[in-house]
Write a protein that binds this ligand. Structure first.
Ligand code: ATP
Length: 319
């Protein structure tokens, strides 16, 4: 769906994107993760032909970009750096104007389509208000509505949940999952680890313009072959399992091997309370930190724990 090879962009002395090879496959929800300033927006703009690459090649839907933009762009829904809209017009009117640029069909067909996308993004009740009275989240939804008008095969979204509250983030996540289930491939940039971990099937991590990691999420976070035990009696458990304990973090022990049933019998027999027992998996947070370290990043990748519905889980800060 999207392939780049050696894609590079410099702005004068600044190397914003440094030779990246993206591989986004049909059916992916691809999360393009990176800290602020790592080059996400520049990449997205190059994919859409809004900025010319300094070097490298881009294919979107099997066609060269930006050379074949006229064939490619009608099949792509895009949201880049906040939606553009006429502030004095309603959301509906704004959609009708962008609609006029290419959806086709009769006027009533177009009205039905606009109603459908307004409903899809949760703006059905407020579509007559001028856009200048919209919150940032509402503008973001309107941008998404515009991206959806032509029922795109591929969505390219730059920080689609920017400015949304947790409820709004959940709604957009559900919407993207529904679109994905209906056959749309989604490429989204984000600096939110939790968002990508909950939504995406494939992940690329950008660090100062370089793609330091790209793989399926389920492979990156596959079971490690060890077990996790959480217990309020962590010291007793540690003593009992001595020799098999690979790590201790608060009430959490990482224990060699995957035989949870035997482990459970052993602990319970000694009267040790077990609050959690199961296979050990690396979190996306751990994977990203490791990739940043391996790439020689001098940044401190400050990541707050990824918990569902906690949009504050942010990847990386410039150190
Ligand atoms: P954010 O999450 O903050 O939007 P980003 O990952 O999208 O960040 P970019 O906006 O692509 O990053 O910026 C990458 C680098 O390129 C930054 O150092 C930025 O200052 C620089 N840059 C981007 N656009 C331009 C431009 N038009 N002229 C000069 N430098 C630019």
């Amino acid at each position: 769906m999207i392939r780049t090879s050696g894609l590079t962009k410099s702005f004068g002395q600044i190397l914003a994107v440094d030779g990246i090879d993206l591989d986004v496959r049909e059916g992916d929800i691809y999360g393009f993760l990176g800290a602020n300033g790592s080059g996400k927006t520049t990449t997205v703009r190059m994919l859409l032909g809004l900025v010319l690459a300094s070097s490298g090649e881009i294919e979107v839907l099997g066609k060269r970009m930006p050379k074949q933009a006229k064939i490619v762009l009608p099949r792509v829904g895009a949201l880049v750096e906040g939606p553009g809209a006429y502030p004095h017009l309603s959301g509906r009117r704004n959609l009708a104007l962008s609609d006029a640029a290419g959806v086709g069909g009769s006027r009533s067909d177009r009205t039905v389509r606009i109603d459908a996308v307004l409903d899809q993004v949760g703006l059905a009740g407020v579509d007559n208000r001028p856009v200048k009275a919209y919150s940032l989240g509402m503008r973001q939804r309107l941008g998404l509505a515009s991206a959806l008008l032509r029922k795109p095969e591929l969505l390219i979204l730059d920080e689609p949940t920017n400015g949304l509250d947790p409820q709004g983030i959940r709604e957009i996540r559900d919407l993207l999952l529904a679109l994905h289930a209906g056959g749309t491939t989604v490429f989204l940039s984000s600096h939110l680890l939790a968002e990508v971990e909950q939504l995406c099937t494939r992940v690329g991590v950008l660090d100062r313009g370089r793609l330091v990691l790209q793989d399926q999420l389920d492979i990156l976070t596959a079971p490690t072959g060890n077990s996790v035990v959480r217990t309020p009696d962590v010291d007793r458990a540690h003593a009992l399992l001595d020799g098999r304990v690979l790590g201790k973090d608060g009430d959490r022990l990482t224990v060699a091997g995957t035989d949870a049933a035997t482990l459970n019998v052993l602990l319970v027999r000694e009267g040790i309370r077990v609050s959690e027992l199961g296979p050990d998996r690396r979190t996306l947070e751990q994977v990203v930190l490791e990739a940043a370290t391996n790439s020689g990043s001098d940044r401190i990748p400050a990541v707050t724990p990824s918990r569902p519905d906690q949009p504050a889980a942010t990847f990386g800060v410039s150190g």
